[in-house]
Design a protein around this ligand. Structure first.
Ligand code: TRP
Length: 344
């Protein structure tokens, strides 16, 4: 797919309580990719309403994700930050993709089955069609690379299937319109491996989650230094000292998680961490982790709080980002319409 210029697209849902897992698993990756790619980062508010949202919370959560992008180091001038609902082409292309994707493909999506649960009859049509909108998000920019977590791999494969079927179904018309053999690239997932999966601070076998009722189970990106320190010190551990090599973490999920968090924040490996802290007890290791976490996350939290205190600024970033995103999306949408046989 070298025919297509490289472009990164990814989206984050505005569902509140952004935490360390979102940072290490996604946003820090988005920041790094800015060095090598043109990047478009989207607050996917249209995806959020596939389940009920309170309007006053939704608007705050859209601003929270935007603030987090900026506070973590995404540059809204060199790259693009915007919210999905301001660029109508996402929904427009999603409709077309609803007519490309097959029922059988969507019926296989495990996330829908999980989210809809037992009461599938009562799930929104939007929740079912969610993956076609996600495909549209990516392909309306003809993006080539998509940083996502493991849980989104199946949706990315569906996006590739949609791109491929569109390219095949309309191959003649694509060629006639002068787009060569393929209109859409087959977007590649950049999967963040399990190494940076962050688990709950209260239970090393559960993922750190926005919906865990215990706030002590997660480090929120908006937490201040004292709160971060307190949560790390209260994190569940076991009675042993740290091992000096990684196999010694087996069967010790809480120890493994804290070492993993340290490694990710220090941008090193678990082996590096254990080389330094093997034999240490948890109270001294936690002291070092507090220092590191506060040094890395303290400024992010402070920046987020500062940005969130100025919603006018955040809204301006989103509006300006939307204008630039729309310019790309509109051009591609015009081509899609021509290829399909619409008049515009
Ligand atoms: N479904 C993704 C998630 O829940 C969010 C998302 C929506 C996305 N559209 C996207 C991610 C496009 C990557 C590309 O995490």
């Amino acid at each position: 797919m070298s025919l297509f210029p490289q472009r990164v697209f990814s989206g984050v849902q505005p569902t509140g309580n952004l935490h360390l897992g979102n940072y290490l698993g996604a946003i820090s990756r988005f920041v790094a990719l800015q060095q090598t790619h043109d990047c478009i980062y989207c607050v996917v508010d249209l995806h959020a309403i596939t389940v009920p949202q309170k309007p006053s919370e939704l608007v705050a959560n859209i601003r929270e994700v935007t603030a987090a992008f900026i506070a973590c180091g995404v540059d809204p001038k060199s790259h693009i930050i915007f919210n999905q609902s301001q660029v109508a082409e996402h929904a427009e292309l999603a409709w077309i993709f609803n007519c490309v994707a097959r029922m059988g493909w969507l019926n296989r999506m495990t996330q829908f089955k999980e989210k809809a649960g037992k009461d599938r009859e009562n799930a929104s049509v939007g929740l079912y069609a969610y993956p076609t909108l996600m495909a549209a998000d990516i392909l309306v920019y003809r993006a080539t690379h998509v940083p996502v977590g493991e849980d989104q791999k199946q949706h990315l494969e569906l996006a590739r299937d949609i791109a491929q079927k569109f390219n095949n179904d309309f191959s003649e018309s694509i060629a006639t319109a002068g787009y060569g053999e393929a209109f859409f690239p087959l977007p590649e997932p950049l999967i963040q491996g399990p190494a940076t999966r962050v688990m709950s601070l209260r239970d090393g076998s559960k993922k750190m989650s926005k919906s865990d009722p215990s706030d002590n189970s997660r480090i929120n990106l908006s937490d201040d230094a004292d709160t971060i320190a307190q949560k790390v010190r209260r994190a569940k551990t076991d009675p042993d000292v740290l091992p000096s090599e990684t196999p010694g973490l087996a069967g010790r999920p809480e120890a493994d998680n804290l070492v993993g968090i340290y490694a990710a924040l220090a941008e090193g490996s678990k082996a590096d961490v254990l080389r330094e802290f093997g034999g240490a007890n948890f109270s001294s290791f936690k002291g070092a982790l507090v220092d590191l976490a506060v040094a890395k996350l303290g400024p992010i939290g402070a920046d987020m709080r500062r940005l969130q205190a100025d919603p006018g600024y955040i809204d301006t970033v989103l509006r300006e980002g939307s204008v630039r995103a729309r310019a790309i999306a509109a051009q591609n949408m015009k081509a899609v319409k021509e290829v399909i046989g619409f008049i515009s």
